[in-house]
Design a protein around this ligand. Structure first.
Ligand SMILES: [Zn+2]
Ligand SMILES: [Zn+2]
Length: 271
């Protein structure tokens, strides 16, 4: 029996599958079940690490991900629950047996100042973190910049109200899937526009209610972003320990009827 392959008939209409793996759904507060921020995005053209907390190197291995061949890294801002694992990862891959034959380039993208931080760390211990067995390129990008983050996968950045350098990122296939990762952020109208109609919106939801700072989101704000931007699927992450006692999905449902997923370490999501 002949089966029709729709991708053969309508090649331009069928988008490929992306896979998101949550390495760390937590925050800077040490937690037994939630590592600090890190997400692995696998596309048909390569792999991308979104943020690099201190936990990501070993969490990647735990999830059986192909860390020796990671293609690109995105750093959203310089808080150490998002950046603190970059130097240890580079130290790890510099010496790991699995990377000694690697010749493929690793590309790191992040805000202005990332190079200075890495070079300062490097100089303090003479680690030679930027001198790898394989080529490494570091790109400092601006808000509202567009660039190719993986082959045929495009990224756009957006300045968020969290720290002076913090940025959200929108990652899209040509005519296909898109994922928005806000990282840490306060609420802004412009951010809601930026999040519009993503396949997956990976959104911080630090607090339940009565947030102690303006520069993070609480549930009602996260769900306002979801309601207006209407993602196909919403993944709530960056969960402080106060969420341990609360059914976040049930609370979210009261505010938005769409599909809300609670991030947890080890979540694998295909879209
Ligand atoms: Zn954070
Ligand atoms: Zn932060």
């Amino acid at each position: 029996m002949i089966e029709y392959d729709p991708s053969y008939i309508f090649p331009q209409m069928v988008s490929s599958i992306m896979k998101l793996v949550v390495l760390g759904s937590g925050t800077s507060v040490p937690h037994a079940r939630r590592a600090a921020a890190g997400f692995w995005l696998q596309t048909n053209t390569g792999s991308l690490l979104l943020d690099a907390s201190a936990d990501i190197a070993h969490r990647s291995a735990q999830e059986r991900l192909d860390w020796p061949n990671l293609d690109s890294i995105w750093i959203s801002h310089f808080h150490l629950d998002h950046l603190g694992g970059l130097a240890p990862f580079l130290f790890g891959v510099r010496w790991a047996p699995q990377t000694q034959r690697r010749r493929k380039e690793l590309r790191i993208f992040g805000p202005h100042g990332l190079r200075r931080i890495l070079e300062t760390f490097d100089a303090a211990g003479e680690y030679k973190l930027l001198d790898q067995p394989f080529p490494l390129q570091l790109f400092e990008v601006e808000p509202n910049q567009q660039f190719e983050i993986l082959p045929d996968i495009f990224a756009r950045t957006f300045s968020t109200p969290h720290t002076p350098e913090s940025m959200a990122i929108r990652i899209s296939e040509r005519d296909g899937n898109s994922i928005v990762y806000t990282s840490d952020t306060g609420l802004s109208e412009e951010l809601i526009d930026f999040c519009g109609a993503a396949s997956v919106l990976l959104l911080e939801c630090s607090f339940h209610r009565g947030k102690p700072v303006k520069t993070h989101l609480e549930l009602s704000e996260a769900m306002e972003i979801a309601r207006v931007s209407a993602p196909e699927r919403l993944v709530l992450t960056h969960l402080y320990p106060e969420w341990d006692e609360v059914d976040i999905v049930a609370e979210a449902k009261k505010l938005w009827p769409g599909e809300t997923i609670e991030a947890f370490d080890g979540l694998h999501l295909e879209f």
